[in-house]
Design a protein around this ligand. Structure first.
Ligand SMILES: C[S@@+](CC[C@H](N)C(=O)[O-])C[C@H]1O[C@@H](n2cnc3c(N)ncnc32)[C@H](O)[C@@H]1O
Length: 255
């Protein structure tokens, strides 16, 4: 039996196959001026960028190695809990404009959103997932990309779905993608995050790469700090399984 199947009762928790420990937002702007303080800052920034690139590469490699298993187990809407399907459907009905499935994995949610009539596109680090999305849903747009640098004009997107895609970000780096989502969303745009929930923020052993569970309060605080107004939250506790949660947040008018 595969390790992933053994983890079915505790989705993506269990055997750790990678030492990846998350990454932060990148700042690739660096004007080098030899011999002054900015050179020191830029060298530090380059070291940081190189470290982050390494971490992102490790995460992408870890998912790539197990992409076929992930697709088989979770790559269709039949694997989705009915209440999650309902939550996303209701959220999507209020979106004005386009939607990005950020960290789309195999693309089942991207296609679901497209079938609801929204201009939907998916983005993910993992080439195997993007290829699978394009092959399975040829009408839907999929691109390889990072949660920390969306391919979207400022204030242009009606909704962003981050369904269990922020779980690998180190807590100290979670502001990166949240600020990036805020940048991309329209002033009334909304964000829906699915995540593993717990009383405190802590790392747990995920089947692909280390991940973090969040309390609703802690993640709500990060959202507020990134310029969002939290609209609603949901927690689902199932015996024998990790607690799962979702938060819907709106880009604040002052953002
Ligand atoms: C647990 S999977 C969830 C996939 C999909 N949302 C689903 O529900 O099946 C986490 C996904 O987030 C993606 N991901 C994690 N960090 C990312 C990042 N920094 N940029 C882009 N994708 C990322 C991974 O490649 C993976 O496909």
């Amino acid at each position: 039996m595969s390790v992933l199947l053994m983890c079915l009762n505790n989705p993506w928790e269990g055997t750790t196959l990678s030492t990846y420990s998350g990454h932060a937002a990148r700042d690739t702007s660096c004007g080098l001026i030899a011999g002054d303080e900015s050179e020191v800052r830029c060298v530090r920034a380059q070291v940081t960028i190189s470290k982050l690139d390494h971490m992102v590469d490790k995460l992408s490699d870890a998912y790539s190695r197990r992409a076929a298993e992930y697709i088989e187990l979770f790559g269709s809407m039949s694997a989705v809990h009915p209440s999650d399907r309902q939550l996303v459907t209701t959220w999507a009905s209020g979106i004005k404009g386009s939607v990005i499935d950020a960290g789309c994995g195999p693309g089942q949610w991207t296609n679901f959103l497209a079938e609801l009539g929204l201009p939907a596109r998916g983005t993910d680090l993992v080439p195997e997932f993007i290829e699978r999305g394009r092959a399975t849903y040829p009408e839907v747009q999929f691109t390889i990309g990072s949660l920390d640098a969306l391919d979207a004009v400022d204030g242009s997107v009606g909704g962003i779905l981050a369904w269990y895609s922020l779980i690998h970000h180190e807590p100290s780096a979670i502001a990166g993608p949240l600020l990036e989502f805020n940048r991309a969303l329209k002033s009334d745009g909304t964000l829906l995050i699915g995540f593993f929930e717990g009383p405190v923020v802590e790392e747990f052993a995920h089947a692909v790469a280390p991940a973090y569970r969040w309390s609703v309060d802690d993640l709500s605080g990060e959202l507020t700090a990134a310029g969002f107004d939290v609209v609603e939250s949901h927690v689902r506790k199932t015996s024998g399984q990790r607690s799962q949660a979702a938060i819907i947040a709106r880009r604040g008018v002052a953002a």
